[in-house]
Ligand binder design. Structure first.
Ligand code: BTN
Length: 250
């Protein structure tokens, strides 16, 4: 149903510096590129995060965007943020202290509970179809300032006697893992992705606070709905489905 992305895993465009790899992916698609293609830059001058936040682009860290043209719609395509989070987690995992990597809804990757990666999906309708940019930032060597939550980088968690991984090596592993999970998603849907994501997720079954733009909800992290929304069990036992928000552990 969706195109098989395996063919695009080695299709990479590398830039020294760029405003935002998500912006470049969009410009390339407007010029006729359909992907699968990975845009990577050694630094970013106008990196964007979720909900209008800035994502600083210091050299040494990883800034990349996968560009895809899909036959599914935006709701299904949103599954790919979980695919990306899993790929990042699996790329970081062998590089840091065992058991340190976890996932936080919707798509943060944490090391020892601190954010080390963020994912920003953007989509648009073009002449060739529905396009999706999967923007991924990983703090590999440095911890940028100005983020309103505990933050870390991969290099801070390297086991004694090991050398810190480079953004380039991490990128190679990440692409491989992303395309493997993408193919599973294309063939079998969101089920296996949700299962693998939940196995690595922080706080399942635990009290959480979800901050929405205009209200804050409290409850228990019940699980993921089939479309990836967070299921929050409220005090009266009802399940509230959260489509967007910031999660804090109670
Ligand atoms: C978040 O707020 O957690 C998401 C951060 C996403 C940052 C990445 S870096 C590569 C790509 N280009 C951007 O401008 N943003 C994403």
């Amino acid at each position: 149903m969706k195109p098989n992305a395996s063919g695009g895993r080695d299709n990479v465009r590398l830039y020294d510096t760029i405003d935002s790899t998500n912006d470049e992916a969009r410009r390339l698609s407007e010029g006729g590129e359909t992907g699968p293609l990975w845009v990577r830059s050694l630094e970013q001058t106008k990196g964007r995060g979720r909900r209008g936040r800035t994502w600083l682009g210091e050299p040494g860290n990883l800034f990349t965007t996968g560009l895809f043209t899909l036959t599914c719609g935006p709701a299904e395509a949103a599954n790919l943020s979980f695919v990306a989070a899993l790929a990042v987690a699996e790329a970081i995992d062998p590089q840091v202290t065992q058991g340190a990597v976890s996932l936080k809804w919707p798509n943060d990757v944490l090391i020892e509970g601190k954010k080390t990666s963020g994912i920003l999906l953007e989509s648009w309708q073009g002449q060739a179809g529905f396009h999706l940019a999967v923007g991924i930032g990983v703090n590999v060597r440095t911890r940028p300032d100005g983020i309103d939550q505990p933050i870390t980088c991969v290099a801070d968690h390297v086991p004694l006697g090991h050398l810190p991984v480079s953004a380039e090596i991490l990128f190679e592993t990440l692409r491989g893992r992303f395309h493997d999970w993408f193919d599973i998603w294309a063939q079998r849907g969101f089920g296996p992705i949700a299962q693998a994501w939940l196995a690595r997720a922080s706080g399942v079954g635990q009290p959480i606070i979800v901050r929405l733009p205009h209200e804050t909800l409290e409850g228990r992290f019940y699980g993921l709905a089939p479309n990836g929304t967070l299921q929050l069990e409220q005090a009266d036992g009802t399940i509230y489905e959260v489509t967007a928000g910031d999660v804090f552990f109670g």
